[in-house]
Design a protein around this ligand. Structure first.
Ligand SMILES: Nc1ncnc2c1ncn2[C@@H]1O[C@H](COP(=O)(O)OP(=O)(O)OP(=O)(O)O)[C@@H](O)[C@H]1O
Ligand SMILES: [Mg+2]
Length: 452
């Protein structure tokens, strides 16, 4: 009865054939639609989803081969079965190379046809399942522009997801280069405020004398250089996000003013007599511990609690080493595109050295190191020789030269593949035949990979 749900599109320019096939398939419980030519069939395909397409090969005008080509675009998950007369088996095989699922001989018994259709339906389910898994894997490794699958990065993704509908202030802490600004942007663009502006202010980069007028704006004549009114950055961020980078560097007097903005939700420009309402979410960040600043009277405690309604702590890269291979592959891909260089991966020993290194400059340092290596590299794979001695170490560098040829394999990709196999084994309840089919590798290779 379940099969009743499956829809099959039958395409043949011989109306009697269409009718015959339709009868056979209906009897089996499938619902069918017939089409006398490929062009019409294609139109139908664009408006309706089918589970299987059964098409004649030789037709006037657009033939079965053309339909196959078009169907791959219009209905990528729908398997195409080619019907062929004995004399055209060669062409049918060609069609399979082009992506047809299988072929059936017109002279065959109906049993053969039904069996092929059943197999095609199973194949379609599998194909969809793979697509679903792939998507899920990607989303577990990535969130917006953030890469990482370590538990701590996943917690960051979850927090961003959780506060999607909220406007609370957020404090992001972490060493330099851990991705604080990237997280701030991910929060902004994953929020109802994403249509509004994202304004970033680095409190350490603006001199104390200017930061007040920059943030709050001023009225014409407020001071000597104020020749016209100026909107402050807080106002610019109205209905959006204000990102205050290196918040500990903000002068105490301004901290008091900022606290007022947060509490009263209004700004008063320098030299103005009135305040104006603003609606901003403040995300602040610091790569230094804030509590000592509070203890020394350099940071207001009340402001601190206002800023850290939610706190996100980004751990240093050396504490989430499992993210290193992913980040490396990510930077290789992005720089490769930018530089138009065909570098696809990194050698095993270079990856090992990079994974063991302490990364005091965190992701930013890793990004720079990969960029530099890609500029230097002459091969398709990054090798130990492409990295600074301080990271690789002299001895390993020499070993690396000897191993050059042997380690052209893409280690980072292998890691991914292993994770994928593990997942598939779980999802299929340990069905190795199915897993090797999904991956398109033979069982022997699968066993080897499983052992590894
Ligand atoms: N998880 C990540 N995935 C991809 N790229 C990242 C990630 N974390 C950081 N980066 C990249 O590393 C660089 C540094 O990130 P970012 O500027 O956000 O760090 P930061 O914590 O703000 O550093 P600082 O404290 O020095 O300002 C950026 O180029 C950013 O794109
Ligand atoms: Mg920063």
């Amino acid at each position: 009865m379940r099969d009743k749900l499956h829809k099959i599109l039958v395409v043949d320019d011989d109306p009697r054939m269409c009718e015959l096939l339709s009868d056979i398939l209906s009897e089996e419980g499938y619902s069918t639609k017939t089409s006398g030519n490929s062009l019409k069939a294609l139109k139908t395909l664009k408006g309706e989803e089918f589970d299987v397409i059964l098409t004649d090969l030789k037709m006037k005008g657009m033939d079965g081969m053309d339909l196959l080509e078009e169907a791959k675009q219009a209905a990528p998950f729908t398997p195409v079965i080619i019907m062929t007369a004995f004399g055209t088996i060669e062409t049918a095989i060609k069609a399979m190379k082009m992506g047809a699922y299988d072929y059936v001989l017109k002279s065959d018994q109906t049993d053969g046809l039904i069996l092929t259709v059943k197999k095609a339906l199973e194949y379609r389910l599998l194909k969809k399942e793979i697509a679903r898994l792939r998507k899920r894997m990607e989303s577990e490794y990535q969130f917006h522009d953030l890469i990482g699958k370590s538990p701590s990065m996943k917690r960051v993704y979850e927090t961003i997801e959780m506060i999607r509908g909220a406007s609370c202030n957020i404090l992001i802490t972490g060493e330099s280069g851990t991705g604080k600004e990237l997280v701030a942007k991910a929060i902004h663009y994953h929020n109802d405020r994403k249509e509004g502006p994202f304004i970033a202010v680095n409190c350490a980069a603006i001199p104390d004398t200017l930061i007040e007028s920059e943030l709050f704006g001023y009225k014409k004549g407020a001071f000597t250089d104020a020749t016209s009114d100026k909107k402050g950055l807080i106002f610019e961020a109205d209905e959006g996000t204000l990102f205050l980078d290196e918040i500990t560097e903000m002068p105490l007097t301004l901290q008091a003013k900022l606290l007022r903005v947060i509490e009263e939700k209004e700004v008063r420009p320098l030299g103005d007599t009135v305040s104006y309402p603003v609606d901003v979410r403040v995300i602040s960040s610091s790569n230094r511990e804030i509590l000592p600043f509070i203890r020394d009277g350099k940071f207001r405690e009340d402001l601190y609690y206002r800023l850290k309604v939610i706190e996100i702590e980004l751990p240093p890269l050396r504490e989430r080493r499992e993210d290193i291979p992913l980040l490396i592959q990510h930077f290789i891909d992005t720089f490769g595109k930018k530089m138009k260089k065909k570098i696809s991966g990194i050698s095993g020993d270079a990856l090992k050295a990079l994974s063991d290194y302490s990364w005091p400059g965190n992701v930013r340092e890793l990004e720079n190191v990969i960029q530099r290596a890609m500029i230097l590299s002459q091969q398709e794979t990054l090798l130990p020789a492409d990295f600074p001695d301080s990271i690789i170490g002299e001895k390993q560098k020499k070993d690396g030269h000897l191993l050059e040829k042997a380690v052209q394999e893409r280690y980072a990709f292998d890691q991914l593949l292993k994770e994928y196999i593990k997942r598939l084994l779980i999802e299929t309840g340990g069905n190795k035949t199915k897993v090797s089919e999904i991956l398109g590798i033979d069982r022997k290779t699968l066993y080897r990979k499983m052992k590894e």
